[in-house]
Design a protein around this ligand. Sequence first.
Ligand code: F0G
Length: 369
Amino acid sequence: MSQVLHRLRAEEATVGPRPRLMQRFAPFLPVTSSTPSLSLGEGATPLVHARNLGRQMGCPNLYLKLEGSNPTGSFKDRGMVMAVAKALEDGARAIICASTGNTSASAAAYGAAAGLEVVVVLPQGKIAAGKLLQAQVAGARVLAIEGGFDEALAVVRQLTEVPDPDHPVTLVNSVNPYRLQGQKTAAFEICEDLGGAPDYLAIPVGNAGNISAYWMGFTDYRTAGLVDTAPVMLGFQAAGAAPLVLGHTVRQPETIATAIRIGDPASGDKALRARDESGGRIESVTDEQILAAYADLARMEGIFCEPASAASVAGVRMLAAAGAIDPGATIVCVLTGHGLKDPDTAQRLAEPPLQAPADVAGVRAVLGW
Ligand code: F0G
């Protein structure tokens, strides 16, 4: 099987850059001859072997899927390109979403490229600076509501439930099925890069769309005979979200603004199915565990991801320490967004610059050289 995948990769190497996400994976996507072509260069993100951190965690075959390398800095672009192309195909003029920031940044960018009106509904005061600016600069209409993500999603769902002929608008949250279709392509890339499916796939869980999308991708490739196996799915929620693992809501005060803490995950059922069909688990990790993984990723691997992303590494570290992961296993942790999205959290860990005079002797003295 893996020979087929290696050949696919070798062919690409000789024909130049990878084609656009929707064309490259068209046989597995709801793309028709009337689907408009749209791309900001999404997908084809790096898979990096985390040698230093992996060794320290007792997982030498630890890999990181850098979804922050997408055009707007998060995995949302894979699903958004698909959802916006299908909205265009269906004659939409406007798109709307609720967001903790990344969906809105992506919707704003793809909506701008497609010439659509974009409305984003955000929980007031809870969006990291970078993400909010992305939507604003792209010209989206930004509404900040006095409530959390769950309330924002309820509002946009109600606004789009019954079509309004005066304001035709498409919902592009992950309840839009095209979003998960696009997002599943990351699983395809992982299989191609490794020459098969990994043993474990670890991923942060918020609304539970992405874990469901990856599971769909792995099972699509297995059903097509391109890989023989599918990974055990490990989902990690930020403590304080409604634990899928326990099935009831325990709300805690938000301590890091950008951990994704969702009270009522929209794709919760699909995620539980992914967990059960893969023999996996969904656990919760604390802010302390997330921030430790976030700092270690930057300091030991040179990878600056957004804090919510580091839940995948924090979770694997926790399970590895408990002896729940075979040390020889191939593990892929998905890092869902880029660290520059959230300068405020970075600031909390950053050392202030050393002050030095503007001459060599002074700089040497400060460095102690
Ligand atoms: N990681 C990041 C960086 C996210 O922004 C999100 C979700 C997730 C993980 C969780 O993914 O919801 O598919 O389980 N962000 C959404 C947003 C809620 O509005 O940007 P999920």
